[in-house]
Design a protein around this ligand. Structure first.
Ligand code: R5P
Length: 290
């Protein structure tokens, strides 16, 4: 067994190796050729071994690194390869919205999975994303990792910013034994949304609420939801997500309207993070990578 941490997921990969009974762990060497092309080299012995490769694909260069690492692992004679993509980039272009567009999620999935025997990921953006992989796909949830952080806090209510996130808020509510509420969101454009509290919602005065989302990117959704909840009298507001992209000044804008920001370690961020390593490792163990 060997666990390899790509440059976007080194800390998480090391935690996964610990969860797999302190499996050997390595970080590949990476540099750029003078022309800008990437060079990688994987240390450690993996001929005839089972290999776990961990790399989120937030930036395009993460994808190139992953293609090269997978090829190096196969070339080095690995017996099997579990590809762990904690955050799967390009997942939002999961259909053709306008003629002439690609299904980017599928384009990336096909190329990423070529050398893998199985793929493990966390909270995919949509059900369509599950159809773009052809190799066996296993999806962990970020909810238990966030719930582990929330157990130490005072929580009255779990809030989904939109109807699409109801299942997530319900699952968190069940784990914590608390009620949940779904707000009503209308997207105006890629950075702006309108959110309202539905009729019949519980009184929010003095409540400790947690907004639960799968991803925070521009922060538009969470900022709008938090501002609304504060106006309704919420005393403490925590923003929690699986994938903390926090694009541009999103982190600072969210910090200004909430009391705390939580995320998982599928991406490195300034938020307090709960690790998905135990959840990913339990899938890997089940699939014989231990
Ligand atoms: C929407 O369907 C997602 O669950 C998130 O609410 C959304 O992607 C967050 O994006 P942003 O931070 O840009 O509002």
């Amino acid at each position: 067994m060997l666990v390899i941490g790509g440059s976007s997921s080194t800390s998480l990969a090391e935690l996964i190796s610990r969860e797999l009974g302190n499996a050997p762990f390595t970080i590949p060497f990476k540099k750029r050729f003078p022309g800008g092309e990437m060079y990688v080299r994987v240390g450690g012995k993996f001929e005839g071994e089972r290999v776990v490769l961990v790399q989120s694909t937030k930036r395009d260069e993460d994808l190139i690194e992953l293609f090269l690492l997978e090829d190096a692992i196969r070339e080095g004679g690995a017996k099997s390869l579990a590809l762990v993509i904690p955050y799967f980039g390009y997942s939002r272009q999961d259909r053709v919205f306008f003629p002439g567009e690609p299904i980017s999620a599928r384009a990336m999935a096909h190329r990423l999975e070529i050398d893998a025997d199985l793929v493990v990921t966390v909270d995919l953006h949509s059900a369509l994303n599950r159809t773009v992989f052809t190799k066996p796909l296993h999806e962990a949830s970020g909810i238990p990792a966030i719930a582990r952080l929330l157990r130490r806090r005072n929580v009255d209510l779990l809030v989904s910013p939109d109807k699409g996130g109801v299942e997530r808020a319900q699952r968190m509510a069940t784990l914590l034994g608390k009620p949940w509420l779904a707000l009503q969101k209308t997207r105006i454009d890629s950075e702006h949304v309108e959110i309202v509290v539905p009729d019949g919602a519980p009184d929010l005065q003095g409540k400790h609420v947690v907004i639960v989302d799968d991803v925070i990117s521009t922060g538009g959704t969470v900022v709008e939801a938090a501002t609304l909840l504060r106006k309704q009298g919420a005393r403490e507001i925590v923003a929690a997500c699986t994938h903390g992209l926090f694009l541009k000044d999103a982190f600072e804008r969210i910090k200004a309207v909430t009391n705390d920001i939580l995320a998982t370690d599928t991406l490195e961020s300034a938020a307090e993070t709960g690790s998905v390593a135990p959840d990913i490792a339990s899938i890997l163990k089940r699939e014989g990578f231990s």
